[in-house]
Write a protein that binds this ligand. Structure first.
Ligand code: ADP
Ligand code: MG
Length: 304
């Protein structure tokens, strides 16, 4: 089981020093769905971006730690040391965090012309696997490999770069399985990345990305925004399958309670002004729906 542990996280906008996060505490285990809720501007997206390592923010205090166990590291060939089980994410680059099993979908994925979904997803998977290998291989090996690379890939005569660990045929197999898991139409994968995709289809793509990359923890920011009821239902079902079939832990960020009617969270956390001020179970989300964020404000600032 993997655990993402966030302690007393403080962060500001790198450019101007504006304080945004003022003590975020959260713990998400794989296999659990957590809802992170809060009014607009409370710092939910910033939390997601800081977890991913977005360069626009500077962390001024606190820790983000990813704890892994033998099961999470079953694919690693090298001999494992104590340090391989606990990672201080703030010391790592975004792609290294992803390689360890953190997934952050983009709120508005870019449209890239001429790249099919299939190609894009295969490249993303291969990039993750390669980075993961680099993270765990010992230093001598890394050094040797680097020298080898330098001898080769710098030549323009070498043709296209290395095609990666998972070839086209193997990837087709993986993709079919994941699309079946998510009840998605196969024709989807043949289309060009996000070109002409509806808002709902883009959101479904995010869930598909997460299914293929098999992260320990997926952070989904406002994946419910702008979805009609049918799509919302598909996306919600996809999220439950990530948890139930792949054991993914989901940190689902949402302003509205609506999606929580379709996917019941195991835990609910409420943010206000850059802090997590309340935690509870699914009932808390219902209470919020009924009483609104002003009620939270009253509760928190009256007892403070
Ligand atoms: P939420 O996702 O809960 O709506 P955000 O995390 O997007 O909130 O933003 C929290 C606050 O921080 C807002 O007041 C927003 O304007 C501010 N903020 C976030 N990112 C930046 C940034 N890069 N530059 C300036 N202000 C920012
Ligand atoms: Mg937001």
């Amino acid at each position: 089981m993997a655990t993402l542990e966030i302690n007393n996280l403080h962060a500001e906008v790198a450019e101007n020093g504006e304080r945004i996060l003022r003590g975020v505490d959260l713990e998400v285990n794989s296999g659990e769905i957590h809802a992170l809720m809060g009014p607009n501007g409370s710092g939910k997206s910033t939390t997601a971006k800081v977890i991913a390592g977005h360069p626009a923010y500077e962390v001024t205090d606190g820790e983000i730690t990813l704890h892994l166990d033998d099961e999470d590291l079953a694919d690693v060939d090298e001999e494992l040391e104590e340090e391989h089980y606990h990672w201080d994410l703030l010391d790592l680059e975004p792609n290294e965090r992803a390689a360890l099993g953190i997934f952050l979908a983009f709120q508005y994925p870019a449209e890239i012309e001429g790249v099919t979904m299939t190609n894009f997803l295969r490249q993303a998977l291969n990039a993750k696997l390669e980075e993961r290998e680099e993270l765990f291989e010992d230093e001598d090996e890394a050094e040797a490999e680097k020298e080898e690379d330098e001898g080769y890939e710098t030549s323009p005569m070498e043709g296209p770069a290395d095609d990666g660990e998972i070839g086209v045929a193997e990837f087709q197999q993986i993709l079919s399985e994941k699309m079946e898991l998510l009840d998605m139409d196969e024709s989807f994968a043949q289309r060009y990345l996000n070109a002409g995709f509806s808002g709902g289809e883009k959101k479904q793509n995010e869930v598909l990305q997460a299914a293929i990359l098999e992260p320990s923890i997926a952070v989904l920011d406002e994946i419910d925004s702008g979805l009609d009821i049918d799509r919302l239902n598909d996306v919600a079902q996809g999220i439950e399958r990530l948890r139930d079939e792949q054991g993914t832990g989901v940190l689902q960020i949402t302003h509205y309670q609506r999606i929580l009617d379709y996917v019941e969270p195991d835990r609910v956390h409420v943010m206000l002004d850059g802090e997590v001020v309340m935690d509870g179970d699914a009932e808390l989300a219902e209470k919020l729906e009924e009483k609104g964020y002003d009620w939270v404000r009253e509760q928190v600032y009256e007892t403070a």
